[in-house]
Design a protein around this ligand. Sequence first.
Ligand code: RIB
Ligand code: CA
Length: 313
Amino acid sequence: MDERTPEDKRKLIIDCDPGHDDAVAILFAHVYADVLGITTVSGNAPLESTTRNALAVIELLDADTPVHSGASAPLAGQAIHAAGVHGAGGLGGVDLPAPSRAVASTDAVQFLLEATRAQAEVWIVAIGPLTNIALALQEDPTLTERIAGISIMGGSATVGNATRVAEFNIWADPEAADVVFRSGAKLRMAGLNLTHQFTTSDELVEQLREIGSTKSTFVAALFDFMHGRMEELIGKRRSALHDPCAVLTLTHPELIVSEPRAVVVELDGTHTRGMTVVDERVTRRRDPANVEVAYSIDADRAMALVVDSVRKT
Ligand code: RIB
Ligand code: CA
């Protein structure tokens, strides 16, 4: 049982591109953390869709969390989406009523800068392309000093998904990721090497359906849709629960093992653009660490917390 008092809860701003796993991360964070606001970015789907989806999820949770829309394109190049995974609208396979509420603003960057001036020790949870975060850092580099840190779902210490070596959130805006990884902010990275250890199953879908609430039915539909897509893509009915890992590392750090590493973002490689290049050398000559990179997760206990969060909301 997790009975955190409001004072105990980490204060978060979630920057996201809903996105099935983004939606679960938002739900989870509203149970185990204090979510000050949500900012949206183009990523899994165009900005209009990710923003609509974020508003619809907040409405489903009956939360009063403000949503601020942000960047509709990366710092360089054209917007890239993941319709083949999440559907054209970003939340394929689920029937969410159109949100009745509107965004609090269309200036995610100003919200990030102002909210972190008004409240100390905020963690920014970045679970989409890092465009908004990079723009905020470029406008006010002192952001790094007043936040607790940035917890990123992105990158990988091993394989990619968007390409052989690049993970989607980094690949969709490598220049933004480079700004963030070089910013000097306290960084935590939940990459694919970690999130591939944290996967859903059809048994989990049935468990959620048996709860029988609106939220549990919604989350079951999210996973069921992703299982169908993964069956087409990898031949297995299971999906990595990527984005909640960036929240879990803050709300339940005891479930994740991380190590300090030097990480840079490749911008120019013909085959490696968007890769997070992690210095895994064991010699003392390796580069100074700028990121806490997650390597393992207690997946059973973490998934039990996800199910509990669905029961609670
Ligand atoms: O590579 C996984 C990431 O890309 C997750 O954030 C998922 O939502 C997609 O945005
Ligand atoms: Ca995401």
